[in-house]
Design a protein. Sequence first.
Length: 465
Amino acid sequence: MNAESSDARFMQLALEQARAAALAGEVPVGAVVVRDGQVVATGRNVPLADNDPTAHAEIVALRAAAQALGNYRLDGCQLFVTLEPCAMCAGAMLHARLARVVYGADDPKTGAAGSVLNLFTQTQLNHQTEVQGGVLAEECGALLQDFFAQRRMQTEQLRKTQHPLRDDALRTPDACFSDLPGYPWEPHYRSDLSALAGLRMHYLDVGPSDARLTYVCLHGNPAWSYLYRKMIPVFLGAGARVLAPDLIGFGKSDKPKKDSAHTFTWHRQMLLEWIEALDLRRIVLVVQDWGGLLGLTLPMASPERYCGLLVMNTTLATGDAPLSPGFDAWAQMCAKNPGFDIGRLMARGNPHLSAAECAAYMAPFPDAGHRAATRAFPTLVARNPNDGGAAIARAARHFYQTQWKGKTFMAIGMQDPVLGPQVMEQLRQTFPNCPPPLCLPQAGHFVQEHGETIAEQASEYFLAS
Protein backbone atom coordinates (compact mmCIF):
# COMPACT_ATOMS: atom_id res chain seq x y z
CA MET A 1 0.00 0.00 0.00
CA ASN A 2 1.49 3.35 -1.03
CA ALA A 3 1.77 6.28 1.38
CA GLU A 4 -1.10 8.25 -0.19
CA SER A 5 -3.63 5.45 0.09
CA SER A 6 -2.38 4.63 3.59
CA ASP A 7 -2.94 8.22 4.68
CA ALA A 8 -6.46 8.16 3.22
CA ARG A 9 -7.28 4.91 5.04
CA PHE A 10 -6.22 6.25 8.41
CA MET A 11 -8.01 9.53 7.79
CA GLN A 12 -11.19 7.56 7.15
CA LEU A 13 -10.77 6.04 10.60
CA ALA A 14 -10.37 9.54 12.02
CA LEU A 15 -13.55 10.55 10.20
CA GLU A 16 -15.40 7.70 11.92
CA GLN A 17 -14.38 9.21 15.24
CA ALA A 18 -15.49 12.65 14.05
CA ARG A 19 -18.92 11.32 13.10
CA ALA A 20 -19.24 9.76 16.53
CA ALA A 21 -18.44 13.15 18.06
CA ALA A 22 -21.16 14.78 15.97
CA LEU A 23 -23.72 12.22 17.11
CA ALA A 24 -22.82 13.11 20.71
CA GLY A 25 -23.33 16.81 20.02
CA GLU A 26 -19.62 17.64 19.99
CA VAL A 27 -17.82 19.50 17.21
CA PRO A 28 -17.00 16.67 14.77
CA VAL A 29 -13.24 16.22 14.97
CA GLY A 30 -11.64 12.79 15.21
CA ALA A 31 -8.08 11.51 15.48
CA VAL A 32 -6.10 8.26 15.40
CA VAL A 33 -2.51 7.52 16.42
CA VAL A 34 -0.64 5.01 14.25
CA ARG A 35 2.72 3.23 14.66
CA ASP A 36 4.22 0.76 12.20
CA GLY A 37 0.99 0.73 10.20
CA GLN A 38 -1.18 -0.22 13.18
CA VAL A 39 -3.71 1.93 15.02
CA VAL A 40 -2.50 2.46 18.57
CA ALA A 41 -5.29 4.74 19.84
CA THR A 42 -8.28 6.83 18.76
CA GLY A 43 -9.86 10.02 20.04
CA ARG A 44 -12.75 12.34 19.36
CA ASN A 45 -13.81 15.72 20.68
CA VAL A 46 -15.35 15.50 24.18
CA PRO A 47 -14.99 18.99 25.76
CA LEU A 48 -18.73 19.19 26.43
CA ALA A 49 -19.11 15.68 27.80
CA ASP A 50 -16.04 15.94 30.02
CA ASN A 51 -16.35 19.64 30.90
CA ASP A 52 -12.73 19.84 29.80
CA PRO A 53 -11.45 22.61 27.51
CA THR A 54 -8.38 20.47 26.68
CA ALA A 55 -10.38 17.43 25.54
CA HIS A 56 -9.78 17.91 21.83
CA ALA A 57 -9.68 14.81 19.66
CA GLU A 58 -5.88 14.99 19.34
CA ILE A 59 -5.31 15.28 23.09
CA VAL A 60 -7.66 12.36 23.78
CA ALA A 61 -5.84 10.23 21.21
CA LEU A 62 -2.39 11.20 22.53
CA ARG A 63 -3.36 10.31 26.08
CA ALA A 64 -4.76 6.95 25.01
CA ALA A 65 -1.66 6.20 22.92
CA ALA A 66 0.68 7.06 25.78
CA GLN A 67 -1.25 4.68 28.07
CA ALA A 68 -1.25 1.91 25.47
CA LEU A 69 2.48 2.20 24.82
CA GLY A 70 3.48 2.89 28.39
CA ASN A 71 5.43 5.98 27.45
CA TYR A 72 4.53 9.63 27.12
CA ARG A 73 7.10 9.87 24.33
CA LEU A 74 5.41 8.63 21.17
CA ASP A 75 8.52 8.18 19.06
CA GLY A 76 7.83 6.81 15.62
CA CYS A 77 4.09 7.50 15.84
CA GLN A 78 1.90 9.37 13.38
CA LEU A 79 -1.30 11.21 14.26
CA PHE A 80 -4.18 11.64 11.77
CA VAL A 81 -6.80 14.26 12.58
CA THR A 82 -9.71 15.61 10.54
CA LEU A 83 -9.07 19.30 11.33
CA GLU A 84 -5.87 21.31 11.42
CA PRO A 85 -4.56 21.27 15.02
CA CYS A 86 -4.87 24.31 17.26
CA ALA A 87 -1.89 25.73 19.17
CA MET A 88 -2.66 23.62 22.24
CA CYS A 89 -2.80 20.37 20.30
CA ALA A 90 0.21 21.25 18.14
CA GLY A 91 2.22 21.89 21.29
CA ALA A 92 1.17 18.54 22.75
CA MET A 93 2.19 16.78 19.53
CA LEU A 94 5.64 18.32 19.66
CA HIS A 95 6.04 17.38 23.32
CA ALA A 96 5.01 13.80 22.47
CA ARG A 97 7.80 13.64 19.86
CA LEU A 98 5.46 12.52 17.10
CA ALA A 99 7.22 11.70 13.87
CA ARG A 100 4.41 12.96 11.64
CA VAL A 101 1.05 14.75 11.79
CA VAL A 102 -1.51 14.48 8.99
CA TYR A 103 -4.69 16.59 8.98
CA GLY A 104 -7.69 17.00 6.74
CA ALA A 105 -9.42 20.40 6.60
CA ASP A 106 -7.70 23.73 7.22
CA ASP A 107 -8.83 25.80 10.21
CA PRO A 108 -8.58 29.48 9.21
CA LYS A 109 -9.57 30.68 12.71
CA THR A 110 -7.29 28.71 15.05
CA GLY A 111 -5.11 26.48 12.89
CA ALA A 112 -1.52 26.22 14.16
CA ALA A 113 -0.09 24.26 11.23
CA GLY A 114 -0.04 27.15 8.81
CA SER A 115 -3.47 28.81 8.71
CA VAL A 116 -3.01 31.24 11.61
CA LEU A 117 0.52 30.31 12.68
CA ASN A 118 2.81 27.31 12.20
CA LEU A 119 4.34 25.83 15.32
CA PHE A 120 5.79 22.97 13.31
CA THR A 121 8.25 25.21 11.50
CA GLN A 122 9.78 26.74 14.61
CA THR A 123 13.41 25.63 14.36
CA GLN A 124 14.11 26.92 17.87
CA LEU A 125 12.10 24.00 19.29
CA ASN A 126 14.07 20.91 20.26
CA HIS A 127 11.92 18.52 18.22
CA GLN A 128 10.72 18.72 14.64
CA THR A 129 7.53 16.96 13.56
CA GLU A 130 6.68 16.51 9.89
CA VAL A 131 3.23 17.85 9.04
CA GLN A 132 0.98 17.35 6.03
CA GLY A 133 -2.46 18.81 5.42
CA GLY A 134 -5.28 18.40 2.93
CA VAL A 135 -5.83 14.63 3.18
CA LEU A 136 -9.56 14.03 2.47
CA ALA A 137 -9.96 17.75 3.08
CA GLU A 138 -13.32 18.05 1.31
CA GLU A 139 -14.88 15.19 3.26
CA CYS A 140 -13.49 16.46 6.56
CA GLY A 141 -14.60 20.02 5.85
CA ALA A 142 -18.08 18.95 4.70
CA LEU A 143 -18.66 17.13 7.98
CA LEU A 144 -17.86 20.29 9.91
CA GLN A 145 -19.94 22.50 7.63
CA ASP A 146 -22.97 20.23 7.89
CA PHE A 147 -22.64 20.12 11.66
CA PHE A 148 -22.55 23.88 12.08
CA ALA A 149 -25.36 24.40 9.55
CA GLN A 150 -27.52 22.03 11.58
CA ARG A 151 -26.54 23.80 14.79
CA ARG A 152 -27.49 27.19 13.32
CA MET A 153 -30.85 25.79 12.26
CA GLN A 154 -31.44 24.36 15.73
CA THR A 155 -30.41 27.66 17.30
CA GLU A 156 -32.87 29.52 15.10
CA GLN A 157 -35.65 27.10 15.98
CA LEU A 158 -34.82 27.45 19.66
CA ARG A 159 -34.77 31.23 19.34
CA LYS A 160 -38.25 31.18 17.87
CA THR A 161 -39.45 28.86 20.62
CA GLN A 162 -37.89 31.06 23.30
CA HIS A 163 -39.34 34.24 21.83
CA PRO A 164 -42.89 33.43 20.68
CA LEU A 165 -44.70 36.26 18.93
CA ARG A 166 -47.53 37.85 20.87
CA ASP A 167 -50.93 38.00 19.16
CA ASP A 168 -51.01 41.79 19.46
CA ALA A 169 -47.62 42.33 17.79
CA LEU A 170 -45.86 41.82 14.47
CA ARG A 171 -42.34 40.63 13.74
CA THR A 172 -40.53 41.74 10.60
CA PRO A 173 -39.42 38.67 8.61
CA ASP A 174 -35.69 37.97 8.78
CA ALA A 175 -35.55 38.07 4.98
CA CYS A 176 -36.15 41.82 5.10
CA PHE A 177 -32.76 42.24 6.77
CA SER A 178 -30.68 40.11 4.43
CA ASP A 179 -27.59 41.63 2.81
CA LEU A 180 -27.84 45.04 4.49
CA PRO A 181 -24.77 47.10 3.54
CA GLY A 182 -22.38 47.74 6.42
CA TYR A 183 -24.35 45.79 9.05
CA PRO A 184 -22.58 42.42 9.61
CA TRP A 185 -23.26 41.88 13.32
CA GLU A 186 -25.10 38.94 14.85
CA PRO A 187 -28.46 39.65 16.51
CA HIS A 188 -29.14 39.28 20.22
CA TYR A 189 -32.61 39.12 21.77
CA ARG A 190 -34.35 39.48 25.13
CA SER A 191 -37.98 38.76 25.89
CA ASP A 192 -37.65 38.05 29.61
CA LEU A 193 -37.78 41.60 30.95
CA SER A 194 -40.87 42.52 32.96
CA ALA A 195 -41.62 45.61 30.89
CA LEU A 196 -41.41 43.64 27.64
CA ALA A 197 -44.21 41.30 28.75
CA GLY A 198 -43.02 38.72 26.24
CA LEU A 199 -42.20 41.04 23.35
CA ARG A 200 -38.86 40.32 21.72
CA MET A 201 -36.28 43.10 21.88
CA HIS A 202 -33.30 43.05 19.55
CA TYR A 203 -29.87 44.48 20.23
CA LEU A 204 -26.29 44.34 18.98
CA ASP A 205 -23.55 43.39 21.41
CA VAL A 206 -20.01 43.36 20.01
CA GLY A 207 -16.56 43.76 21.50
CA PRO A 208 -14.96 42.44 24.70
CA SER A 209 -17.17 42.17 27.77
CA ASP A 210 -14.34 43.43 29.97
CA ALA A 211 -13.62 46.50 27.85
CA ARG A 212 -12.61 49.72 29.55
CA LEU A 213 -15.63 51.47 28.01
CA THR A 214 -19.06 50.21 26.98
CA TYR A 215 -20.84 52.35 24.39
CA VAL A 216 -24.64 52.05 24.53
CA CYS A 217 -26.06 53.57 21.35
CA LEU A 218 -29.72 54.62 21.33
CA HIS A 219 -31.48 55.47 18.08
CA GLY A 220 -34.49 57.69 17.46
CA ASN A 221 -37.56 57.78 15.21
CA PRO A 222 -37.82 56.45 12.49
CA ALA A 223 -34.34 54.90 12.63
CA TRP A 224 -33.00 51.73 14.23
CA SER A 225 -29.60 50.30 15.22
CA TYR A 226 -28.53 50.39 11.57
CA LEU A 227 -27.99 54.12 12.19
CA TYR A 228 -24.80 53.36 14.14
CA ARG A 229 -23.08 51.11 11.58
CA LYS A 230 -20.43 53.76 10.79
CA MET A 231 -19.60 54.51 14.42
CA ILE A 232 -19.52 50.97 15.80
CA PRO A 233 -16.30 49.92 13.97
CA VAL A 234 -14.49 52.99 15.30
CA PHE A 235 -15.49 52.23 18.88
CA LEU A 236 -14.48 48.59 18.42
CA GLY A 237 -11.15 49.67 16.98
CA ALA A 238 -10.50 51.59 20.19
CA GLY A 239 -11.05 48.42 22.21
CA ALA A 240 -14.57 49.18 23.42
CA ARG A 241 -17.68 47.07 23.78
CA VAL A 242 -20.68 48.39 21.84
CA LEU A 243 -24.37 47.69 22.35
CA ALA A 244 -27.14 49.11 20.19
CA PRO A 245 -30.74 48.13 20.98
CA ASP A 246 -33.74 48.50 18.72
CA LEU A 247 -36.58 50.12 20.61
CA ILE A 248 -39.78 48.09 20.58
CA GLY A 249 -41.56 48.99 17.36
CA PHE A 250 -38.32 49.53 15.44
CA GLY A 251 -35.64 47.52 13.69
CA LYS A 252 -35.60 43.80 14.47
CA SER A 253 -37.61 44.22 17.68
CA ASP A 254 -41.26 43.21 17.85
CA LYS A 255 -43.84 45.79 16.80
CA PRO A 256 -47.12 46.23 18.68
CA LYS A 257 -50.02 46.60 16.28
CA LYS A 258 -51.63 49.53 18.12
CA ASP A 259 -50.19 53.05 18.16
CA SER A 260 -51.52 53.46 21.71
CA ALA A 261 -49.16 50.76 23.01
CA HIS A 262 -46.30 53.26 22.97
CA THR A 263 -45.66 55.57 25.91
CA PHE A 264 -42.60 57.42 27.16
CA THR A 265 -42.68 55.65 30.53
CA TRP A 266 -42.93 52.18 28.99
CA HIS A 267 -39.98 52.64 26.65
CA ARG A 268 -37.85 54.16 29.40
CA GLN A 269 -38.61 51.26 31.72
CA MET A 270 -37.64 48.73 29.06
CA LEU A 271 -34.25 50.40 28.62
CA LEU A 272 -33.67 50.56 32.36
CA GLU A 273 -34.47 46.86 32.77
CA TRP A 274 -32.32 45.90 29.77
CA ILE A 275 -29.28 47.73 31.15
CA GLU A 276 -29.86 46.21 34.58
CA ALA A 277 -30.32 42.69 33.22
CA LEU A 278 -27.06 42.87 31.27
CA ASP A 279 -25.37 44.53 34.26
CA LEU A 280 -23.72 47.10 32.00
CA ARG A 281 -21.06 49.29 33.55
CA ARG A 282 -18.51 51.88 32.44
CA ILE A 283 -21.22 53.08 30.07
CA VAL A 284 -20.76 55.89 27.60
CA LEU A 285 -24.35 56.62 26.58
CA VAL A 286 -24.63 57.60 22.91
CA VAL A 287 -27.88 59.36 22.05
CA GLN A 288 -29.65 61.16 19.24
CA ASP A 289 -33.26 62.17 18.60
CA TRP A 290 -35.57 59.96 20.71
CA GLY A 291 -32.48 58.14 21.87
CA GLY A 292 -31.77 61.33 23.84
CA LEU A 293 -35.32 62.09 24.89
CA LEU A 294 -35.40 58.67 26.55
CA GLY A 295 -31.73 58.00 27.12
CA LEU A 296 -30.77 61.20 28.89
CA THR A 297 -33.22 60.28 31.65
CA LEU A 298 -31.49 56.93 32.36
CA PRO A 299 -28.19 57.75 34.17
CA MET A 300 -29.82 59.32 37.22
CA ALA A 301 -31.45 55.94 37.97
CA SER A 302 -28.04 54.25 38.39
CA PRO A 303 -25.28 56.89 38.18
CA GLU A 304 -22.58 54.37 39.09
CA ARG A 305 -23.09 52.57 35.78
CA TYR A 306 -22.25 55.61 33.62
CA CYS A 307 -19.04 57.45 32.92
CA GLY A 308 -19.88 59.49 29.83
CA LEU A 309 -22.42 60.96 27.43
CA LEU A 310 -22.09 61.39 23.68
CA VAL A 311 -24.98 63.67 22.74
CA MET A 312 -26.03 64.36 19.14
CA ASN A 313 -28.99 66.38 17.84
CA THR A 314 -31.50 65.69 20.57
CA THR A 315 -33.16 67.41 23.53
CA LEU A 316 -34.85 66.92 26.89
CA ALA A 317 -38.60 67.44 26.50
CA THR A 318 -39.28 69.07 29.87
CA GLY A 319 -42.66 70.57 28.98
CA ASP A 320 -41.70 73.96 30.41
CA ALA A 321 -40.20 75.34 27.20
CA PRO A 322 -41.66 75.42 23.66
CA LEU A 323 -40.45 72.88 21.13
CA SER A 324 -38.56 74.16 18.13
CA PRO A 325 -40.42 75.31 15.00
CA GLY A 326 -38.56 72.58 13.14
CA PHE A 327 -39.99 69.94 15.41
CA ASP A 328 -43.49 71.34 15.04
CA ALA A 329 -43.11 71.12 11.26
CA TRP A 330 -41.87 67.53 11.54
CA ALA A 331 -44.80 66.53 13.77
CA GLN A 332 -47.28 68.12 11.38
CA MET A 333 -45.76 66.28 8.42
CA CYS A 334 -45.99 62.95 10.27
CA ALA A 335 -49.64 63.61 11.15
CA LYS A 336 -50.54 64.42 7.54
CA ASN A 337 -48.46 61.62 6.01
CA PRO A 338 -48.10 58.81 8.57
CA GLY A 339 -46.79 56.40 5.95
CA PHE A 340 -44.00 58.69 4.75
CA ASP A 341 -41.16 57.01 2.86
CA ILE A 342 -38.33 56.58 5.36
CA GLY A 343 -35.79 55.72 2.66
CA ARG A 344 -36.63 58.88 0.76
CA LEU A 345 -36.35 60.90 3.98
CA MET A 346 -32.85 59.52 4.56
CA ALA A 347 -31.82 60.20 0.97
CA ARG A 348 -33.01 63.80 1.10
CA GLY A 349 -31.00 64.59 4.22
CA ASN A 350 -28.01 62.43 3.32
CA PRO A 351 -27.38 62.60 -0.43
CA HIS A 352 -24.12 60.66 -0.03
CA LEU A 353 -25.98 57.47 0.94
CA SER A 354 -26.44 54.67 -1.57
CA ALA A 355 -29.88 53.48 -2.58
CA ALA A 356 -29.26 50.24 -0.67
CA GLU A 357 -28.40 52.14 2.51
CA CYS A 358 -31.55 54.25 2.27
CA ALA A 359 -33.63 51.13 1.65
CA ALA A 360 -32.11 49.53 4.77
CA TYR A 361 -33.83 52.14 6.92
CA MET A 362 -37.16 51.01 5.49
CA ALA A 363 -36.40 47.30 5.98
CA PRO A 364 -38.10 46.97 9.40
CA PHE A 365 -41.40 48.31 8.02
CA PRO A 366 -42.66 46.12 5.16
CA ASP A 367 -46.19 47.50 5.47
CA ALA A 368 -48.34 49.98 7.38
CA GLY A 369 -49.12 47.46 10.09
CA HIS A 370 -45.49 47.53 11.23
CA ARG A 371 -45.47 51.33 11.54
CA ALA A 372 -47.34 51.96 14.80
CA ALA A 373 -44.18 53.30 16.50
CA THR A 374 -43.29 55.74 13.71
CA ARG A 375 -46.85 57.10 13.90
CA ALA A 376 -46.94 57.30 17.69
CA PHE A 377 -43.56 58.76 18.59
CA PRO A 378 -44.04 62.30 17.20
CA THR A 379 -47.10 62.64 19.44
CA LEU A 380 -45.26 61.49 22.58
CA VAL A 381 -42.85 64.42 22.87
CA ALA A 382 -43.92 66.46 25.92
CA ARG A 383 -45.25 69.93 25.15
CA ASN A 384 -46.73 70.72 28.57
CA PRO A 385 -45.44 70.23 32.12
CA ASN A 386 -47.91 67.42 32.83
CA ASP A 387 -47.34 65.45 29.62
CA GLY A 388 -45.83 62.00 29.81
CA GLY A 389 -42.07 62.11 30.37
CA ALA A 390 -41.94 65.82 31.20
CA ALA A 391 -41.42 65.46 34.95
CA ILE A 392 -38.70 62.84 34.55
CA ALA A 393 -36.99 65.03 31.95
CA ARG A 394 -36.97 67.97 34.37
CA ALA A 395 -35.52 65.70 37.05
CA ALA A 396 -32.82 64.62 34.60
CA ARG A 397 -31.98 68.24 33.82
CA HIS A 398 -31.53 68.93 37.52
CA PHE A 399 -29.42 65.79 37.90
CA TYR A 400 -26.98 66.88 35.19
CA GLN A 401 -26.77 70.41 36.52
CA THR A 402 -26.04 69.34 40.09
CA GLN A 403 -24.89 65.71 40.34
CA TRP A 404 -23.47 64.42 37.05
CA LYS A 405 -19.84 63.32 37.56
CA GLY A 406 -19.18 61.88 34.12
CA LYS A 407 -17.77 63.43 30.97
CA THR A 408 -19.94 64.87 28.21
CA PHE A 409 -19.14 65.19 24.51
CA MET A 410 -21.54 66.89 22.10
CA ALA A 411 -21.67 66.76 18.31
CA ILE A 412 -24.04 68.80 16.16
CA GLY A 413 -25.28 68.24 12.62
CA MET A 414 -25.51 71.85 11.59
CA GLN A 415 -28.03 71.26 8.76
CA ASP A 416 -30.68 69.78 11.07
CA PRO A 417 -33.91 71.86 10.98
CA VAL A 418 -35.53 69.83 13.78
CA LEU A 419 -33.00 69.48 16.60
CA GLY A 420 -30.13 71.50 15.22
CA PRO A 421 -27.68 74.12 16.52
CA GLN A 422 -30.09 76.31 18.48
CA VAL A 423 -31.73 73.37 20.29
CA MET A 424 -28.38 71.76 21.00
CA GLU A 425 -26.89 74.97 22.36
CA GLN A 426 -29.78 75.23 24.80
CA LEU A 427 -29.26 71.62 25.81
CA ARG A 428 -25.57 72.24 26.33
CA GLN A 429 -26.39 74.56 29.21
CA THR A 430 -27.64 71.48 31.07
CA PHE A 431 -24.06 70.15 31.28
CA PRO A 432 -21.89 72.66 33.19
CA ASN A 433 -18.55 71.10 32.25
CA CYS A 434 -19.31 70.25 28.64
CA PRO A 435 -16.53 71.38 26.25
CA PRO A 436 -17.36 73.17 22.99
CA PRO A 437 -19.27 70.82 20.69
CA LEU A 438 -17.97 69.22 17.52
CA CYS A 439 -19.89 70.93 14.72
CA LEU A 440 -20.33 69.12 11.40
CA PRO A 441 -21.30 71.65 8.72
CA GLN A 442 -22.57 69.07 6.20
CA ALA A 443 -24.44 66.81 8.62
CA GLY A 444 -28.17 67.00 9.17
CA HIS A 445 -30.51 65.43 11.71
CA PHE A 446 -29.15 61.89 11.31
CA VAL A 447 -25.67 62.99 12.26
CA GLN A 448 -24.49 59.39 12.68
CA GLU A 449 -24.30 59.16 8.90
CA HIS A 450 -21.20 61.35 9.32
CA GLY A 451 -20.27 59.50 12.46
CA GLU A 452 -16.73 58.26 11.85
CA THR A 453 -15.21 61.61 12.81
CA ILE A 454 -17.48 61.89 15.83
CA ALA A 455 -16.60 58.40 17.02
CA GLU A 456 -12.88 58.99 16.59
CA GLN A 457 -12.86 62.25 18.55
CA ALA A 458 -15.25 60.92 21.18
CA SER A 459 -13.12 57.79 21.71
CA GLU A 460 -10.05 59.91 22.23
CA TYR A 461 -11.95 62.19 24.61
CA PHE A 462 -13.43 59.45 26.77
CA LEU A 463 -10.20 57.42 26.92
CA ALA A 464 -8.18 60.41 28.07
CA SER A 465 -7.46 60.31 31.78
